[in-house]
Design a protein around this ligand. Sequence first.
Ligand code: FE2
Length: 327
Amino acid sequence: MIVLGIESTAHTLSIGIEKNGHILSNVIDMFHVSNEGMIPRKLADHHSSVFSTVFATALSQANIAFEDVDLIAFSQGPGIGAPLSFGVGMAKFLSQKHDKEIIGVNHPYAHVEISKHLTGLSNPLVLYVSGGNTQLLVQNHFSYSVLGETLDIGIGNMFDSFARAIKMEHCHGSALSKLASGGSYFPLPYSVKGMNLVFSGLQTAAERAAQIHAPRDVAYSLMETAFAMTVEVTERALFLTKKKQLVVCGGVAQNRRLQEMLSLMCKEDSVRFGVASDEYNRDNGAMIAYAGSLLYKKFGPMNLDDCNPITNYRIDQMVKLFSSGSY
Ligand code: FE2
């Protein structure tokens, strides 16, 4: 079966094609977010302007024609309304016009499943770290339960907001990471509640500290503190679940310092650690196609009437949605 996956939840429009567990193509076009942050209409405008090129390139790199596609998978949420709706609309149009089956995919579920697939770790504790999410996940039926999570903002959004507050040109975690390189550490508020995390106090304190400390030192201390908090709750969840595998996924999983800290912790605790390559931790269409194929095998296609965007679609809602029989 050949699956075409569409990703449009935030700043990235991506289309990937998958066939029986093999990724045939994964074309990614990201809107570069400036200091004004993510303006929903601008994200949707970007996605609509690049869609046809991304679509054609994904097919040509996969060396297939659109007629060969059996299933359209689309990212159903969570996400930002305008760009998310654009992707859902395109998926529904392609399905209806070309009489193809369709399935909606929870975006975090796709991050988790592609990472398990590519790392070969089949029964892990999962740390999902991205712009809008920071969650510890364990398998529950075909989906996942949340063991712990951020109680306010996602770790990636915290980095982006701080970068905006200190007026960086590129307000993104990767740019902040470059700024932090070689910085010196000083203590900032450290807020862990069991297996949950709170980041807003840390962000506020870092913004205040930036008025007196060098930006490089504040960026370094902010990232070290946020990652140390994240590693602490992950280690606690590993002890609780007795899992011997850890997978980290999501946009922030690309950060090499976080990877290093998690890897060290896993080594000390005799836990196998896995992380997919950067391409699959970015938002990407291939993970939507792959996750769509898994859901299709279990539940079959969705009705077009059920293919609506769900902006606050939590991964732990999946069991209820799919088990309700509405799909
Ligand atoms: Fe993502």
